[in-house]
Design a protein around this ligand. Structure first.
Ligand code: AMP
Length: 285
């Protein structure tokens, strides 16, 4: 595995790979790698001959009060994990090379970026869309794999790719979970043992929704309200939102219609840690 820190060098390598008719897959991360990231790598390896992983803690997607400074950066450990997962190139650029003097342009992802995560984290998706477009241009990837864990991010990236005629296939990987259902996240390490235990409430709310829709209920607003009660019953939990949305537009939805896809989305704080989770519901006949 080759480690590259200079965007120009990465771009030159990607160009060479393309001239050799290699099919390039990219997995973008902020590091502190866990099983979720590695599942994205495995999916990329099934689809592409060459896999590039990027590790970049992107300052543009963090708000001033957020955890940019304390975000975990165990680079040696990450590089060892990426190497043993069979990543071909690890692109870990320095901040100054990604945002040099004179940098001005950003990608505005439009109205979908203004709700849910966007309300709580103003400017977050502008930062995400900007760095994703930069990394796609640098890695020249034919395929990019993103996790469903960040479902709103995935929907926004699909929107940006479609609207900007990005010539990269965007592929989704399912959420990787701990044995007790908690979605794997680099931020889980912030949780105290009690908070870690209580955080399973998110998955219990998902299981409840799964059960209720499974027995034919279509009153999504009521099911979400019950899910909220499950989450708030965990001591110390502070939900930011918990509701069903249309899976394509992220518009809130009260009642499910046959043939449509929905997503239960939620963000819940435990102490200073903010967790997100979601579950997709395809409504049958
Ligand atoms: P991050 O390093 O948190 O920015 O995540 C990098 C990529 O990994 C994003 O596409 C995430 O959606 C994805 N990812 C993070 N956690 C998980 C998970 N538990 N399951 C699947 N994908 C994940």
């Amino acid at each position: 595995m080759q480690i590259i820190t200079d965007p120009a060098e990465m771009q030159a390598i990607a160009e060479r790979l393309r001239l050799q008719r290699q099919f390039i897959g990219v997995v973008m991360t902020m590091g502190a790698l866990h099983e979720g990231h590695l599942s994205l790598v495995r999916l990329a390896q099934r689809r592409a001959g060459i896999v590039i992983m990027t590790i970049f803690v992107n300052p543009m997607q963090f708000g001033p009060e957020e955890d940019y400074e304390r975000y975990p950066r165990p680079f040696e450990q990450d590089a060892a994990l990426a190497r043993s997962a069979g990543v071909d190139y690890l692109f870990a650029p320095e901040q100054g090379l990604m945002y040099p003097e004179g940098f001005r342009c950003t990608v505005d992802p439009g109205p979908m970026a203004e709700r849910f995560e966007g309300t709580v984290r103003p400017g977050h998706f502008r930062g995400v869309a900007t760095v994703v477009l930069k990394l796609l241009n640098i890695t020249k990837a034919h395929l990019a794999v993103f996790g469903e864990k960040d479902a709103q991010q995935l929907a926004i990236i699909r929107r940006v790719a479609a609207d900007m005629n990005v010539d990269t296939k965007i592929e989704a990987a399912p959420i990787s979970r701990e044995p007790d259902g908690l979605a794997a996240s680099s931020r889980n390490i912030y949780l105290s043992p009690e908070e870690r235990e209580r955080a399973t409430a998110l998955h219990r709310a998902i299981r409840h929704a799964e059960q209720e829709t499974g027995r034919g209920r279509r009153d999504l607003a009521a099911i979400a309200k019950e899910g909220l009660a499950i989450v708030t019953s965990a001591p110390g939990s502070k939900p930011d939102y918990l509701c069903f949305v249309d899976d394509g537009t992220f518009d809130p939805v009260d009642t499910a219609l046959p043939g449509r896809s929905y997503r239960l989305v939620m963000a819940v704080r435990f102490g200073t840690t903010r967790l997100i989770d979601n579950w997709r519901f395809d409504c049958g006949e």
